[in-house]
Design a binder for this molecule. Structure first.
Ligand code: ADE
Length: 259
C-alpha cells in the first residue's frame, strides 16, 4: 500500500513513520508514504499557498494552483515508478463523510490513497470539484488542519494491514471490529491496593473467559454507546445469549434506579 500526502507540514507524518507499531509497516516496506508540499509548487519567493477569500470574511483559503500541481506530481510519480494504479484523492475536512471502522476496512483494501490536508479556513472549491473523490471527517469537531485527521485515518488503516500488528489477532480484537466496544483488560499484579483482577481471568478456562469478555463488551457498549447495540442488532450480530445478557443488565440497572 502507498500513501501520498499533500501537506505544508510534512514533518508531522513522522508520528506514524517513526513511532510505534505503525513504523513497522514502513520499515518492513509493506507500506510507503510520500509527502508533497504545495509550497514546492509555487513560483513566488514567499512560496504562497493561501490567499484571502473572494467575497470577504475571515480566514484564508488554500489556492487551487499549488495543490493541483502537487497532485499532478503525485500522479506522474506513481505512473513512472510502479505498475500501481492511483487510488482516490481524499480531502480531510469536517464537511466529509464521518470515518468509522467499516470505512477503515474498505479503505484498507486500496493499493494507494492520496490524502489532501487543508490548512487555513478552507480549500478553493475548484480544487475539490476537479480532483477530490471524497471528503473525510474524523468527527463533528474542528481541528486546525487535515494533518492530524489524516494521521488518525492512516493509523487505523495500517492496523488492518496483514503482518503489521504483532499478534495476528489483535486487530480483530480491537473495539468496533465486531461492532462492539472492547472489554476491560488487566495485567500484573493480580492485587493492586486491594483492587483485584476478575477471578474468571485467572482460572485458565478458555470458554468462560471468552464468554466473560463478550458479556463485558456488550455491557460496555450498552453503557457508553447504545447506538452501536442497535446497529449490531440490526446487522444480526447479536445472539440470543447476547440479548439475554443485555436484558439482565438493563433489568439490574432499572432495579437499582427504582431503589
Ligand atoms: N479538518 C479540520 N477538522 C477536521 C475533521 N474533524 N475531520 C477531518 N479534517 C478536519
Amino acid at each position: 500500500m502507498r500513501f501520498d500526502v499533500l501537506t505544508i507540514f510534512p514533518e508531522m507524518f513522522e508520528a506514524i513513520t517513526q513511532y510505534g507499531v505503525t513504523s513497522r509497516a514502513f520499515s518492513k516496506e509493506i507500506l510507503h508514504l510520500k509527502t508533497w508540499n504545495p509550497r514546492d509548487f509555487t513560483s513566488d519567493p514567499r512560496k504562497t499557498v493561501d490567499d484571502r477569500a473572494y467575497g470577504g470574511g475571515p480566514g484564508m483559503v488554500m489556492m487551487v494552483g499549488p495543490l493541483e500541481d502537487a497532485l499532478q506530481a503525485v500522479q506522474e510519480d506513481i505512473a513512472s515508478s510502479s505498475a500501481m494504479k492511483k487510488g482516490p484523492t481524499v480531502l480531510m475536512s469536517p464537511q466529509g463523510r464521518v470515518f468509522n471502522q467499516d470505512l477503515a476496512k474498505e479503505m484498507s483494501q486500496l493499493e494507494q490513497i492520496t490524502f489532501v490536508c487543508g490548512r487555513y479556513e478552507a480549500v478553493d472549491q475548484r480544487f475539490i470539484e476537479r480532483h477530490v473523490d471524497f471528503e473525510l471527517s474524523i468527527g463533528d469537531y474542528v481541528v486546525s488542519g487535515g494533518e492530524l485527521p489524516a494521521l488518525v485515518v492512516m493509523d487505523s488503516l495500517i492496523r488492518l494491514m496483514p503482518n503489521v500488528l504483532g499478534d495476528a489477532n489483535s486487530a480483530q480484537q480491537d473495539s468496533f471490529s465486531d461492532g462492539l466496544l472492547d472489554c476491560p483488560h488487566y495485567t500484573r499484579p493480580e492485587n493492586y491496593k486491594n483492587f483485584l483482577v476478575p477471578g474468571v481471568l485467572l482460572g485458565g478456562h478458555h470458554g468462560r473467559i471468552e464468554s466473560w469478555r463478550r458479556n463485558e463488551s456488550l455491557i460496555a457498549t450498552q453503557k457508553s454507546r447504545p447506538d452501536l447495540i442497535l446497529a449490531a442488532r440490526k446487522k444480526g450480530l447479536l445472539s440470543l445469549k447476547d440479548e439475554k445478557v443485555l436484558q439482565e443488565y438493563l433489568e439490574t440497572l432499572a432495579s437499582g434506579l427504582n431503589k
